[in-house]
Write a protein that binds this ligand. Structure first.
Ligand code: GLC
Ligand code: CA
Length: 573
């Protein structure tokens, strides 16, 4: 242990401490700006620690603040050990860790190692044919019979997440490199052990600075399919993108990473972002016996409101689909692994606009009820900045309103493919990632107290009503409700460890379940709709003599729930 880590690290991290923790995600660019350049920064985070302490969260997860050309807002890293001057300095980072630790909060950082920036020195070197780093990325010759660089000469036909193809032509060598997201984010070649060692070395460096864990960006993409790694020519329909999820060496790489960096021995929090991971994959990866990760972010429940066309194909929310999916993960990991619980992050629309009702009439109660439902599941809850006081989607209507590389790429491709622009814009307004990235609304002043300058993305005009200051003052606010939910997780073993059982799985409005630990039995019953509903009491345990632990409304008639009313009840023994 270096002196640095003994200075900043908490005295000890008890085993499995993350099982009773609530994590708060900070997207630094949009959190709080200290110097008036319109972009949030580390000093801005430091200045808001009181808000986070008051909320009562245990862990801060910081989205990337590293050196980056900012093509994907920092998920394109050009120096893993440098802080981008946009965000501040390494001294400020150390100070943030120390001050968070002083307040009993831990700090988890984003680990983006499926890919680097195309400006990372490793990639610049890899572009030189014959360089020792050539094999650190995935290089391929053009499709046989095609002129390199011409349209249609890509080694195979996969589209990238933020670009038309996963293959980008590099005139320097006449070859193509693999980039599953944007061409500015070339994928590292994890088959090469030097790449893996460089990553582990960098992780050890951050651990020595006192970080308490890692959120691992698209970590289930690191092991690429055999078709690619074998080096044999690719068929045009090789579908390398689709086959890159949960690849053959994923578990091996995660185990090696854990051993080489001491993730388990040091009791660090590890959460792997895993699009396309099934319950089976997650059960394997989060089984503590296997020494991989503590938990994963699943994507199944954030796909319940999409049609067969994927993310941009809007479909109405069907409550049974959402609750049944969460229940399947509760059951699937029970007794073996561990769930992470989230509705929102920097890639998803705002919870209350998406799954609730963000009209003035229902915003507060629907935000509270959705929080109740999520936080009463078993797992580690994640709160995304602004969710704790019910921030809503952005009122964007023109393509020029959007800043995100994903949205802009989708707009270009969909319009070129003949999709009416108004449909494209409706999809972006509903699902676009910029919804989560408008500045945090701290108060009712101009620019919401986020910045004294021009914010990089406009502040939502509803900050006059919806803001942290107003919510902190109001004992019936969404913020007050989140505080109570966090306290319950800390105080009540049944909330952390209780067995989960979904009731009324087919009911279209009522989301009901029990949590049970020894003789303690809790019932959560929630109306997830903007209409009143009759409670099918015959299908629920008796609430005679039950204690209302937390509700959105005063204790009322057990047979009815008002729109977005929810109750957490401790049942009589
Ligand atoms: C993850 C991040 C997202 C980013 C992508 C590529 O999904 O959460 O913001 O664009 O990976 O790094
Ligand atoms: Ca700034």
């Amino acid at each position: 242990m270096s002196t640095l880590s003994s200075r900043t690290a908490p005295a000890s991290r008890p085993d499995g401490w993350w099982r009773s923790s609530v994590v708060y995600q900070i997207y630094p660019r949009s959190f709080s700006d200290s110097n008036g350049d319109g972009i949030g920064d580390l000093a801005g985070v430091l200045s808001r620690l009181d808000h986070l302490s008051e909320l009562g969260v245990d862990v801060l997860w910081l989205s990337p603040f590293y050196q980056s050309p900012q093509v994907d807002n920092g998920y394109d890293i050009s120096d893993y050990r440098g802080i981008d001057p946009l965000f501040g300095t390494l001294e400020q980072f150390d100070d943030l860790v120390a001050q968070a630790h002083d307040r009993g909060m831990k700090v988890v950082i984003d680990l983006v190692v499926n890919h680097t920036s195309d400006q990372h020195p490793w990639f610049l070197e890899s572009r030189e044919p014959g360089s020792p780093k050539r094999d650190w990325y995935h290089w391929r010759t053009a499709r046989p019979g095609h002129e390199p660089g011409n349209a249609g000469a890509e080694p195979e036909d996969s589209a990238a997440a933020f670009a038309p193809s996963i293959w980008t032509f590099d005139p320097k060598s006449g070859e193509y490199y693999l980039a599953l997201f944007s061409p500015a984010q070339p994928d590292l070649n994890w088959e090469n052990h030097e790449v893996r060692e460089a990553v582990y070395d960098m992780m050890r460096w951050w651990i020595a600075r006192g970080v308490d864990g890692f959120r691992m960006d698209v970590i289930n993409l690191i092991s690429k399919p055999e078709e690619l790694t074998s080096g044999r020519p690719l068929a045009p329909d090789a579908a390398i993108h689709a086959k890159s999820f949960n690849g053959p060496r994923l578990d091996e790489f995660l185990q090696e990473m854990n051993r080489e960096t001491g993730l388990s021995d040091l009791n660090l929090l590890t959460v792997g972002e895993m699009p396309g991971a099934t319950v089976e994959v997650a059960r394997r990866v989060t089984d503590p016996e296997r020494g991989e990760l503590n938990m994963v972010f699943t994507f199944e429940h954030v796909a319940v409101d999409e049609g067969p066309g994927g993310k941009w194909d809007l479909a109405p929310l069907h409550v049974p689909r959402l609750k049944q999916n969460l229940a399947a993960w509760q059951e699937g990991l029970a007794g073996v692994g561990w769930n992470s619980l989230y509705f929102a992050n920097h890639d998803q629309p705002r919870t209350v606009s998406r799954f609730g009702d963000d009209s003035p009439e229902h915003r507060v109660n629907s935000a509270k009820t959705l929080a109740t439902v999520l936080h009463l599941h078993q797992g580690t809850p994640y709160i995304y900045q602004g969710e704790e006081f019910g921030m809503t989607n952005a009122p964007f209507t023109e393509i020029s309103d959007f800043a995100d590389v994903e949205s802009i790429n989708h707009h270009t491709l969909a319009v070129a493919a003949g999709v009416p622009e108004e449909d494209v814009l409706r999809s972006l307004a509903t699902k676009g990632r910029d919804n989560a990235r408008t500045p945090v609304q701290w108060d009712a002043s101009e620019h919401a107290g986020f910045t004294t300058g021009e914010p990089w993305l406009p502040v939502n005009p509803n900050h006059v009503e919806v803001n942290a200051e107003a919510a902190r003052r109001d004992p019936s606010s969404v913020f007050a409700h989140f505080k109570r939910l966090i306290e319950l997780r800390h105080a009540e073993p049944v909330v952390r460890e209780g067995r989960f059982e979904l009731l009324l799985p087919e009911h279209e409005q009522v989301w009901a379940f029990t949590r049970t630990l020894d003789t303690d039995a809790w019932l959560v019953v929630a109306n997830c709709s903007s209409e009143p509903v009759e409670v099918p009491r015959e299908a629920l345990p008796s609430v005679d003599g039950a204690e209302l632990v937390l509700g959105t409304h005063p204790d009322g008639d057990p047979s009815f729930l008002a729109p977005w009313e929810s109750r957490i009840l401790r049942l009589a023994r």
